[in-house]
Design a protein around this ligand. Structure first.
Ligand code: PLP
Length: 391
């Protein structure tokens, strides 16, 4: 098996984690087995006590899943990754692993909607207190911190307005107060951003998005140190069981092999689309961290290797114009999913952010004329033509 310290990103994405079996297979094998057999009672005892590493039962040990975990850990520059059944299971496992009743969490107001539901409806039931702050306002984060603050949680770039959180500054802030910083790295993936190198303690992933990149499976992961991810978070996962299946792990392994190429191509296509949209008279604003007009262009450039595939834009004509544009498309997919080779388009105000009150929408900048596009890998000229039909 190759040493992650000796090879570059693309090599690790293709080869890390796989140790050939006696069959000499070139591709990574799928192990569809729920349990594993021991040579002796002595070995069984040693495996169960943790004295001898090795496979026991697929709720918490499976060779195909382990290849995915080791490969993703190598790409994030981490000691350890654990795979989960979904991105939400990764966030749940993070909470269950590091929080207890009486703890307080500071969360960016612009995180994935289901993450907000997880905190507001479920974590609070177990006595975890939550404060929401504006992602980009460092003083709000600072003011929200309490003596019992244990975790700061954010996504950057955020959905759908692509605001950028300052990972270095927020990691310093968390550590000054004895808290941990967790970053949901779904939009960038390690190909464009490595939060641990910027000081974050925990990275969560929805593998469903770019890690697969082709819309085939649901999965997730938590990445970080042996002490946090390898002990507390793995400890929750092996007990509670929101585990990734070996079939899904194999799909995500194939996704990782082309991750860097795809993220570069998504960035290139999204940049061309953003520049084109900025020139359209019907478009009043384009949100994309790769545009110099983005208020945090420099911060994005300092912590990301590319601006990624997600952009949003506002139409002067409000909801009517936004729905007209979406309905006039003939090729792009009308769906809230993202991170696919296929371009998707959505109207946040009436879908992903539809549950927000008018005040919260205003506070979050979700206007009626806002459209989000997760730019795929089709020909840019075809994408422009499709969006232009309803402009
Ligand atoms: C999709 C998504 C999640 C949740 O992942 P699932 O795999 O759908 O559970 C979490 N965070 C972000 C930013 C996402 O886009």
């Amino acid at each position: 098996m190759i040493d992650p310290n000796e090879y570059g990103f693309s090599t690790l994405a293709i080869r890390a984690g796989h140790e050939r079996t006696n069959e000499g297979e070139h591709g990574e094998p799928i192990f569809p087995t729920s349990s594993f057999v021991f040579d002796s009672a002595e070995q069984a005892a040693a495996r169960f006590s943790g004295e001898e590493p090795g496979n026991i039962y697929a709720r918490f040990t499976n060779p195909t899943v382990r290849i995915f975990e080791q490969r993703l850990a190598a790409l994030e520059g981490a000691e350890r990754a654990v795979a989960t059944s979904s991105g939400m299971a990764a966030i749940l496992a993070t909470c269950m692993g590091v929080l207890k009743a009486g703890d307080h969490v500071v969360v960016s107001r612009s995180v994935f909607g289901t993450t907000v539901v997880l905190f507001n409806q479920f974590m609070v039931k177990f006595g975890v207190e939550v404060t929401y702050v504006a992602l980009t306002e460092l003083d709000q984060w600072e003011q929200a911190i309490q003596p019992n603050t244990k975790l700061l949680f954010l996504e950057t770039p955020a959905n759908p307005l692509t605001q950028i959180g300052d990972i270095r500054a927020l990691a310093d802030l968390a550590h000054q107060h004895g808290a941990l910083l967790a970053v949901d790295n779904v939009f960038c993936t390690p190909a464009l951003q490595q939060p641990l190198a910027l000081g974050a303690d925990i990275v969560t992933h929805s593998a469903t998005k770019y890690l697969d990149g082709q819309g085939r499976a649901v999965g997730g992961a938590v990445v970080g140190s042996e002490a946090i991810v390898g002990a507390d978070i793995y400890g929750f996962l092996r007990t509670a069981g929101p585990t990734m299946s070996p079939f899904s792990a194999w799909i995500f392994l194939k996704g990782l092999e082309t991750l860097k190429l795809r993220m570069e191509a998504h960035t290139q296509n999204a940049t061309m689309m953003a520049e084109w949209l900025e020139q359209q008279p019907e478009v009043s604003k384009v949100h994309y961290p790769g545009l110099e007009s983005h208020p945090q262009y420099d911060l994005a450039a300092s912590q990301q290797r590319g601006a990624g595939g997600i952009l949003s834009f506002e139409l002067q004509g409000g909801k009517e114009a936004a729905w007209r544009l979406i309905n006039a498309t003939e090729m792009v997919s009308i769906t809230a999913n993202l991170g696919d080779t296929k371009t998707t388009i959505t109207h946040p105000a009436t879908t992903t952010h539809g549950r927000l009150s008018p005040e919260d929408k205003a506070l979050s900048g979700i206007t009626d004329g806002l459209i989000r596009v997760a730019v795929g890998l089709e020909e840019v000229e075809d994408l422009k033509r499709d969006l232009n039909r309803g402009l």
